[in-house]
Design a protein around this ligand. Structure first.
Ligand code: FDA
Length: 322
């Protein structure tokens, strides 16, 4: 129920617009690397110093105006330029909806083409993050179209979808990030039960490790990570065939430890002002992440619309339990 509440908040465009005006608030700054490219490059350098590579995401959602999509494209092009100039170990993650998928398919395709082309010139990989089911097939279509001309692209397979296994097989020659899935999806298209999702997740990872190109295992779940460590050992899968990924700011000790143990490790580094939807999905995934909000509210007396909404809900839940 708490998950549904935060997923609902993550999709609220009014709150999203309001949140943008306040900069990094509510504890979001703990999980967002910076507000601009310079700060973000600094964070990447710090992670690189620990042997961790990065995938950089210019935060943004609910883009329904062409000028906003064009602005987002400009930001991503600047990040690509900065990655090249600073010689940092990083690539790009982007969301098709930020580049105009909800406005016009062709417009989005051309925006993506410009980004992928520039990145290709510098040998930088671009990952198409996967959003909700409504955008799933369109995102694969974009990937199909661009893969005719470029090979520096890949995408994400979300294990909660019934179709995930089929997609995985179809795209096995792409570099793929495999995740459990972060959006609220209906029982018609996706598993609802956590155990079923976890089982499918493991199944997809194992299949891709044995049959696919390069596998990014993106999870904070230590059980999955331990399982993968054992699996690759048993099947003699070398470390250069896969990497672990986690989000910036989460399980920092484990991120460092995995890198120290010699595994390829990549941190997903989000930056920018448009933190709201991203942050609400993190609260949906793990209600304990509310710690980040609570600390912020009490330490700095932050009092925004979102803080009140989240706080009132949590207090309501706590008092009901009593
Ligand atoms: P999950 O939330 O299922 O947790 C399992 C267990 O792990 C918990 O019960 C707890 O024991 C432990 N745990 C988890 N987080 C912890 C923490 N912070 N501290 C301590 N213990 C913790 N989704 C999507 O739909 N499209 C996408 O493109 C992406 N991209 C993406 C990139 C990267 C790098 C990551 C890590 C994730 C995504 N996701 C995503 C999100 C993904 O689908 C999923 O929602 C979250 O990763 C949450 O699921 P987990 O597998 O991390 O563990």
């Amino acid at each position: 129920m708490l998950k549904d509440f935060f997923i609902g908040l993550s999709q609220n465009q009014l709150l999203n617009s309001a949140a943008k005006k306040y900069g990094l608030k509510l504890g979001a700054q703990n999980v967002v690397a910076g507000t601009n490219v310079e700060e973000t490059i600094q964070s990447i350098k710090e992670l690189n110093a620990h042997g961790i590579s990065c995938t950089v995401d210019n935060l943004g959602e609910f883009v329904f105006k062409e000028e906003e999509a064009t602005e987002a494209k400009g930001q991503i092009l600047s990040v690509i330029e900065a990655i090249h100039t600073h010689g940092v170990d990083a690539h790009i993650s982007l969301k098709p909806s930020q580049l105009g998928l909800d406005i016009d398919y062709q417009f989005c395709l051309e925006n993506l083409r410009e980004i992928v082309s520039k990145a290709s010139g510098y040998g930088i990989f671009v990952n198409f993050d996967m959003e909700d089911h409504a955008r799933l097939q369109l995102s694969f279509d974009l990937l199909d179209e661009l893969s005719k001309d470029y090979d520096n692209i890949g995408t994400v397979i979300q294990a909660y979808f019934f179709r995930a296994e089929e997609d995985l097989e179809q795209y096995k020659n792409f570099r793929l990030r495999i995740v459990k899935g972060a959006y609220k999806e209906t029982a018609e298209v996706a598993y609802q039960d956590k155990q079923e999702i976890d089982e499918n997740y493991i199944k997809l990872i194992e299949w891709h490790l044995l049959n696919g190109k390069f596998t990014s295992i993106a999870t904070h779940d230590h059980n999955v990570i331990n399982h993968v460590k054992q699996f690759v050992k048993e099947h003699n899968i070398s470390n250069d065939k896969f990497e672990f990924q986690m989000l910036y700011g989460f399980r920092k000790d484990m991120q460092l430890q995995l890198a120290k143990e010699g595994y390829n490790f990549c941190t997903y580094v989000p930056f920018g002002q448009d933190w709201y939807g991203y942050f609400m999905r993190r609260l949906a995934e793990r209600p304990q992440n509310l710690n980040l909000v609570v600390k912020q509210v009490f330490n700095k007396k932050t009092n925004t619309m979102i803080g009140l909404a989240a706080g009132a809900f949590v207090l309501g839940r706590v008092s009901k339990k009593k």
